[in-house]
Design a protein around this ligand. Structure first.
Ligand code: ASP
Length: 479
């Protein structure tokens, strides 16, 4: 018999079916034994009637999380037994055959409920079990549905999906890089990309015109509720021959249509999305990412907004890792490729603090879910910005590939990169971005399921020409 998914059972009322999945709950009422069976699509109650004596004995040993297959008849439940809160609360399966595919140890924590009261480290260590929760499976599916929607939407609008390198060069997004030793060039390193920023701009020079990528980005910065440690996924977009308005319209259309198509239970508070200048947002709300929900108790309200007209520069702080010399007073408020507002270009020479940048931040329910800008496409202005942020000649030389590329006919261009994990967190009302990532790192940078990072053998280090110095006892493989 062909296996039926649990969310298809309504098509089989009073018909025989075969279902496969995990036992989520077993209830023994003496004569009657009930199993709640769960698969990726949902769960359903199965009942073993006393008339099937043979089943009763094999059912004795079965416990939660055992993998089973059940053949049975789908019955509509009598009116008084209907549970309206459950998708399958109006049916149940009368088992006619029951086979254990695999037993399970008792899981280290309860897999029913939302799991929020369980120690997060423990949940992450056994993530393969934690992900069995319907809430977590929903989150994984939401991520996949968003990816599919984005691909179809953008591809239908002349966008080309391009993959860019993971082993690459340091990128100036303001965080620390992850370095990977280059065996073939001893003493040198690749950096994992903090974003594909430079590659997407080079793709505009190449004439791709409309690019996107569901890009993995790597940043060695402290985790927060809305930022996972280590890596995250961005919907990276870049467009040529556009003005800021075109980027806002594209992104607003994409996210509005996506929410309406995939998450119809959600409602967007205001359309078109409100637009705020940076100054007005800070004066009125005390933040550049205000939460504009009308009713914060409503889990289905989505308050999107744009914040515009950011200052191009902020004061440089000790936390800036964007490779400036540390002597300059300015740091880019977005990144060093953001174009100054055309009306403010002359202020670069007189009062850079007054220069506005063509930056746009996408805000959702008080989270910055994406940022982008129109880029500088004039090598002279780019050099001026490098000077203002304190680049010395060696540092400038690191970006010669960009200046060089820009001397071969670069179109005006700009883009945006909404963070997919952060968007899903806000959309699904999750408390932490880790709830929407399959295998996130713990706060101290460990992948608990696999015990990553691991030490390297002496031979591996030797081959790479690397000596590990023991600073504290926790360093693996130190000498
Ligand atoms: N690369 C930028 C970031 O990661 C986004 C952009 O400017 O498109 O924030």
């Amino acid at each position: 018999m062909k296996r039926v998914f649990i969310d298809e059972l309504h098509q089989y009322i009073e018909k025989p079916v075969l279902i496969k999945g995990w036992v989520s709950v077993r209830r023994d009422h003496g004569k009657l034994v009930f199993f709640d069976i769960r698969d990726v699509s949902g769960h359903v109650q199965t009942v073993l009637l006393p008339s099937h004596k043979d089943l009763k004995s094999s059912a004795e040993e079965i416990r939660s999380e055992w993998v089973v297959e059940i053949e049975g008849l789908v019955h509509a439940r009598p009116e008084k037994l209907v549970n309206k809160d459950e998708p399958n609360g109006d049916i149940e399966i009368e088992a006619t055959s029951l086979t254990v595919i695999n037993p399970s140890l008792t899981p280290p924590f309860d897999l029913r409920g939302d799991g929020m009261d369980i120690n997060e480290e423990l949940r992450l260590k056994h993530r393969h079990l934690d992900l069995r929760r319907p809430r977590m499976l929903r989150n994984m599916r939401a991520q996949a549905m968003v990816g599919k929607f984005v691909r179809e939407y953008l591809t239908a609008r002349r966008f080309t999906e391009v993959s860019t390198p993971i082993l690459t060069k340091t990128t100036p997004e303001g965080a620390r890089d992850f370095l990977v030793p280059a065996r073939k060039v001893p003493g040198s390193f690749y950096a994992l990309p903090q974003s594909p920023q430079q590659y997407k701009q080079l793709l505009m020079v190449a004439g791709i015109e409309r690019y996107f990528q569901l890009a993995r980005c790597f940043r060695d910065e402290d985790p927060r509720a809305d930022r996972a440690y280590g890596e995250f996924t961005q919907l990276d977009i870049e467009m040529s021959f556009v003005e800021q308005e075109d980027i806002l319209v594209l992104a607003e259309g994409l996210f509005t249509d996506m929410v309406e198509a995939l998450f119809p239970e959600k409602h967007i508070s205001e359309k078109p999305w409100p637009r705020l200048t940076h100054r007005d947002a800070v004066v009125k709300y005390g933040t550049d990412k205000p939460d504009l929900r009308k009713n914060k108790e409503d889990p289905n309200e989505l308050a999107f907004a744009w914040t515009l007209d950011f200052p191009l520069f902020t004061e440089q702080s000790e936390d800036d890792f964007f490779h400036g010399s540390g002597k300059a007073t300015f740091a880019p408020s977005h990144h060093m490729f953001t174009s100054p507002h055309p009306e403010d270009v002359t202020l670069l020479d007189t009062d850079p603090t007054l220069v506005r940048g063509l930056q746009h931040d996408m805000v959702l329910n008080g989270f910055e879910v994406g940022g982008g800008s129109i880029r500088i496409h004039d090598a002279k202005i780019q050099k001026k910005v490098f000077d203002l942020i304190g680049f010395n000649e060696t540092q400038k030389a690191e970006f010669n590939h960009m200046l060089d590329a820009f001397s071969y006919g670069v179109p005006p261009h700009g883009g945006i990169a909404p963070g997919i994990d952060r968007f899903l967190m806000a959309l699904l009302g999750e408390q932490s971005v880790r709830e929407v990532i399959a295998f996130p790192m713990t706060g101290n940078g460990r992948l608990a399921t696999m015990g990553v990072p691991t030490s390297a053998s002496f031979e591996q280090l030797q081959e790479l020409g690397i000596i590990a110095i023991k600073k504290n006892k926790e360093l693996p493989n130190a000498i």
